[in-house]
Design a protein around this ligand. Structure first.
Ligand code: TGC
Ligand code: FAD
Length: 395
């Protein structure tokens, strides 16, 4: 093999390993589009949204116009992008805020995917085009006050009454709950776990927002109350007949988080790098000290390693080779890595690290939700452990 003649390109701090080189032109274009949107629309405002515990609803339409809602789904107004392109979009959105990525994940990977994968043709026609455009918002109700990691123990029940279904129970911690137009609600029935599309104006359906959150503040989180909600037979997702239905949707959203967590980590690394070069202590920038350089090096290593892991899983998903156990390893690894990076970056910023003037503590606090929702780190460790040993250790 002949030696390469050109010198390797210079190191770029924001892409140390030159991972950009592994992306196609189309993937870079999508990435750049989302990065610009986040830079112009999210970054200047998100500190205020977080402080005021709100997210502007018009953002959904803007995200829809960019083609980011259900972007990896085919047809019905969806963009039909590759899994890798979808992942890159999640990365850039979460570099802005986990709440913005959550809005997109819940809409596209949970609510829309549930309808796309398990719904009837009529349900797809009715909801997906409007949801892709951000004109209708969806939420996904699986968790209950006493059933989080173990959704199979859910108490929400649906029973048949003639041709109708009667839905009764409670869902907890539901992203977009009170702002949704349609709730995908999972319930135990005599025939196993089934999914229902509940238009949120239906009698007996009410919501209550969860307040006093110190994480994911730029995101609506609600409780859903289902008091004998009567639904026609057409509300049932016909193709989902067991817990496999909701769990398959989680694979999609978890895959987006594998990428999204890298975005939050990258934003923290960038903030720490910039701050360390400007902050003068003992007469020199803290970036000139060995201790801070070690922190920066470890953060860069984690960000680059997590990006490569996400890209590898993206390529596998595009080739149809991705299994849920792979996604569990990705979510476990990348969210834990992002938390480490965020906590380290927060220390680099000293006292400034605790204010919303900088993005770091916001990302750090958000990641406490990200490591918990969509399967906690423990749950994903047990999935990976089960795959390694052949022994299921949940029960
Ligand atoms: P188990 O007996 O293992 O499985 C029941 C059925 O489901 C199938 N299955 C899966 N199918 C697709 N994808 C997966 N990842 C699957 N995992 C299991 C399985 O083959 C079986 O199918 P079948 O046809 O034989 O019936 O189920 P289990 O009760 O032992 O539970 C397994 C466990 C613990 C892994 C699962 O329940 C779990 O993942 N728990 C965590 C729950 C969770 O992640 N909840 C997230 C709620 S949504 C959310 O947090 C949104 S956050 C907002 C945002 O994303 O931004
Ligand atoms: P639990 O299941 O009670 O777990 C408590 C602790 O026990 C955890 O540390 C867990 O890892 C550990 N544990 C559990 N099982 C085991 C075991 N077998 N061995 C060892 N340790 C174990 N849900 C939805 O359905 N839709 C949404 O849109 C949604 N959005 C959310 C938004 C936010 C901001 C948050 C914080 C949560 C959201 N959730 C949503 C809920 C989320 O999915 C659950 O919080 C999560 O699945 C964990 O459930 P839990 O909180 O009940 O914890």
């Amino acid at each position: 093999m002949s030696a390469p003649t050109a010198a390797p390109p210079a190191i770029r701090p924001n892409d140390f390993l030159g991972i950009d080189h592994l992306l196609s032109d189309e993937e870079r274009d999508i990435r750049d589009l989302v990065r610009s949107f986040v830079r112009d629309r999210v970054v200047p405002n998100v500190g205020e949204w977080f402080e005021e515990a709100r997210i502007p609803l018009e953002l959904a339409r803007e995200l829809g116009q960019l083609g980011l809602l259900g972007m990896h789904l085919e047809g019905y107004g969806c963009a039909g992008a590759s899994a890798t392109a979808y992942g890159l979009a999640c990365l850039e959105l979460e570099a802005g805020d986990s709440g913005v990525r959550s809005l997109v994940s819940v809409q596209g990977s949970l609510a829309m995917y549930a309808i796309h994968r398990w719904g009837s043709e009529e349900q797809k026609q009715e909801w997906l085009p409007r949801m892709a455009a951000g004109e209708a918002i969806g939420c996904f109700g699986l968790t209950e006050p006493d059933a989080g990691s173990d959704p199979g123990s859910m108490r929400t029940r649906a029973r048949r009454d003639g041709d109708d279904w009667i839905l009764h129970g409670q869902k907890m911690w539901i992203t977009n709950g009170s702002v949704a137009d349609v709730a995908v609600v999972w319930a135990a029935t005599d025939e196993g776990v089934r999914g229902f599309l509940v238009p949120t104006g239906t009698k007996g359906y009410t919501t209550q927002d969860i307040h006093k959150k110190l994480s994911l503040r730029a995101s609506v989180t609600s409780e859903l109350l289902l008091d004998d909600v009567r639904l026609p037979a057409s509300a049932l997702l016909p193709e989902a007949t067991s817990l496999r239905g909701p769990l398959s949707c989680l694979n999609e959203a978890r895959y987006g988080i594998v990428w999204g967590a890298v975005g939050a980590a990258r934003a923290c690394l960038e903030a720490a790098l910039e701050y360390s070069q400007e902050r003068i202590v003992f007469g020199k920038p803290i970036a000139a000290t060995q201790l801070q350089q070690q922190k920066l090096a470890m953060m860069a290593l984690e960000v680059n390693r997590a990006t490569l892991l996400a890209l590898h899983l993206g390529r596998m998903k595009d080739e149809g080779l991705l299994r849920p156990e792979h996604v569990s390893m990705g979510k476990l690894g990348n969210v834990n890595a992002a938390l480490d990076v965020a906590r380290t970056a927060r220390q680099v910023l000293g006292a400034n690290g605790i204010t919303l003037e900088y993005p770091v503590i916001r990302h750090m606090n958000n990641l406490e939700s990200v490591v918990t929702y969509e399967g906690t780190a423990d749950v994903h460790s047990l999935v990976v452990g089960g795959a390694l040993t052949g022994i299921q250790a949940f029960r």
